[in-house]
Design a protein around this ligand. Structure first.
Ligand code: FMN
Length: 209
């Protein structure tokens, strides 16, 4: 689908049908998350893909009872690194050097800059920085889903600390930031499906200079 048509077609579905999304479409969505750019290329977050109905059921009250959590096909959780360590930077630099077939020493200046950034930051600042990166990937995932004619609802409406506890995220050095419920709209029962999109007028939204 043409990108603008796809973005006009998509909306944050409030009621999904429970119909499963084929694996090849999920693969496209996950690939788009993996390909999303991040600051300095660090990708300081981890993605959890939840299909287990029991786990979804336990998440629903944490998400204020929102039904998309249980009626979606796949629930994708974007969990940012709770801090950024020297080991994680080392691993990234080693991976980058291997991928580009170059010695790690060739990335020494870049690594020093990255290390300076994370050590000048507090833990909370590193987490906030990592969290911001997840939103770019979230956006890519929604756009990719739309081009695949798959519905997706971005969700901040949940209690992160409770979700972290349920999924054991703190032990993994992670904290949940957003979720994306991926599935198919329930046309007959979604109050939002027929309502026009509300967006600011272009002449007020864009400043052309
Ligand atoms: C970061 C983020 C968090 C959101 N959280 C929720 C949520 O918890 N539940 C929900 O139903 N919609 C949620 N939304 C959907 C927005 O309300 C919706 O995207 C916005 O009103 C624009 O409408 P549209 O996406 O249908 O075009 C969220 C959207 C974003 C981008």
């Amino acid at each position: 689908m043409d990108i603008i048509k796809a973005l006009e077609w998509r909306y944050a579905s409030k009621k999904m049908s429970g119909q499963p999304v084929p694996q090849e479409k999920i693969d496209v969505i996950l690939k788009s998350i993996q390909l999303a750019p991040t600051s300095m290329g660090l990708q300081p977050f981890t993605i959890l893909v939840i299909t287990d109905p029991e786990i979804k059921k336990q998440i629903q009250p944490i998400a204020y009872g929102q039904t998309q959590v249980v009626d979606c096909s796949h629930l994708i959780v974007f969990a940012a690194w709770s801090d950024i360590s020297a080991e994680q930077v080392d691993e990234y630099i080693a991976h980058a050097a291997k991928t580009r077939n170059m010695p790690v020493e060739g990335l020494a200046d870049f690594k020093a800059g990255l290390m300076r950034t994370i050590t000048n930051n507090t833990t909370e600042q590193n987490f906030a920085w990592a969290s911001r990166q997840t939103y770019i990937a979230l956006g890519f995932a929604m756009a990719a889903a739309a081009t695949e004619e798959v519905d997706s609802t971005p969700m901040e409406g949940f209690k992160p600390a409770e979700l972290d506890q349920l999924l054991g995220l703190n032990e993994k050095g992670l904290r949940s930031v957003t979720m994306l419920a991926v599935g198919y709209r329930d046309e007959a029962n979604d109050w939002l499906v027929k309502l026009p999109k509300v967006r600011r007028e272009a002449d007020k939204f864009f400043i052309m200079q």
